[in-house]
Design a protein around this ligand. Structure first.
Ligand code: SF4
Length: 356
């Protein structure tokens, strides 16, 4: 099935009366935006943007997702965007929200969402209040007041899509497509409506997958450039499981809260261990160790944009724990380019050779 591109998706959702909300990475209430007739489209860079003008607003050690997105929002290509949501994923994104709100003249309103780092009842209450405050702002912006039933209907649809997303990610070995096609399909959920995403993922061919060489866990924030999958396959390995912020770290659990804001808050706090919510080290590494065992992965490649602070806090302990358990480990920092640098290709090639 052909995957609609972003431009086609914008035209299709606009024709149905939706506004376009650009959303920065990466935990956010899709269903709430949809209930207010705002279609979320995630912005992970984009990689093809020249970051130079975006860089002047931030310290040099800010990651390129922030530099590039700031630049992107100033380009003509961003004219289709009606509002911007910036979750407080990390200090860099918090800084970006301040710069866009206070220093740049943006035509779109900037909404923020602060995530609690703890998992106590008070954290749940806090997030519920944050979501209610966001709902109020969306109400003022759109002049739409969806009832609880309407928000719950959007939540149910997103949960159906998220369950399919989770099942597909956890059963990589039954899909007869390349790693790149597999992840391109799943990442289309970053901009497609849930019903279209369900249809698209449902069309992935199943059977006995032709996966060569050792299986890897690909960890990190976002696999850009996507050609990293081609190189891993070409060098004789495959990605059997991921710990990517844009993919497996966004598997949320369904719950039975009947109030939509409480429901969304509980759901958004149910993601797997994640660097950006400061999951305790032991919990994160025990979880990742169990995923390695479950899938038979032989090594870990951590692939990150440069200067990603939340990921860097964990990296040395991550390497130590994985090596203690007998796994190979490679940490690569990348510039969020459209092509993978030759030097990084060589490092991945050597890593796979040592594993086989
Ligand atoms: S790459 Fe890291 S530092 Fe940059 S926005 Fe994402 S989480 Fe924040």
């Amino acid at each position: 099935m052909k995957i609609p591109n972003r431009k086609e998706t914008i035209e299709a959702v606009r024709a149905k009366g939706y506004q376009i909300g650009a959303v920065m990475p990466f935990h956010y209430p899709r269903a709430l935006l949809r209930a207010f007739k705002i279609h979320p489209m995630e912005v992970w860079g984009p990689p093809h943007i020249d970051p130079m003008e975006g860089m002047q607003h931030f310290p040099e050690y800010t990651c390129q997702i922030v530099h590039k997105a700031t630049r992107f929002f100033a380009t003509a290509a961003a004219r289709d965007i009606d509002c911007i949501l910036i979750p407080h994923t990390c200090d860099s994104l918090q800084g970006m929200a301040s710069v866009l709100k206070d220093y740049l003249t943006m035509k779109q309103p900037i909404f923020t969402l602060y995530h609690p780092r703890g998992r106590r009842k008070s954290d749940l209450d806090y997030l519920e209040n944050e979501l209610r405050a966001l709902g109020e702002k969306l109400r003022e912006f759109t002049n739409i007041s969806p009832g609880n039933d309407e928000i719950m209907a959007e939540i149910r649809l997103e949960e159906k899509a998220n369950k399919l997303f989770a099942d597909t990610l956890q059963h990589r070995q039954i899909y007869t497509v390349s790693d790149r096609d597999f992840y391109t399909t799943l990442r289309a959920g970053e901009y497609l409506p849930a019903d279209q995403f369900i249809e698209l993922v449902g069309s992935l061919p199943k059977g006995r997958a032709d996966l060569h060489g050792p299986g890897l866990m690909l960890s990190g924030v976002v696999p850009e450039p996507m050609s990293i999958f081609d190189h891993i396959n070409r060098f004789g390995a495959h990605v059997i499981i991921d710990d990517l912020a844009c993919c497996s770290r966004r598997i949320y659990e369904a719950n039975d809260e009947s109030d939509p804001y409480r429901h969304l808050a509980r759901s958004l706090m149910s993601m797997p261990p994640d660097t950006t919510i400061s999951t305790p080290y032991n919990r994160r590494f025990e979880y990742l160790g169990s995923q390695m065992l479950r899938t038979g992965a032989k090594g870990v490649v951590v692939f990150n944009p440069k200067f990603c602070e939340p990921e860097l806090f964990y990296i040395s302990m991550f390497e130590e724990r994985m090596k203690e358990q007998g796994y190979s480990f490679l940490f690569v920092e990348n510039e969020l380019t459209t092509e993978l640098h030759q030097q990084i290709q060589t490092r991945i090639n050597s890593f796979v050779e040592v594993m086989t």
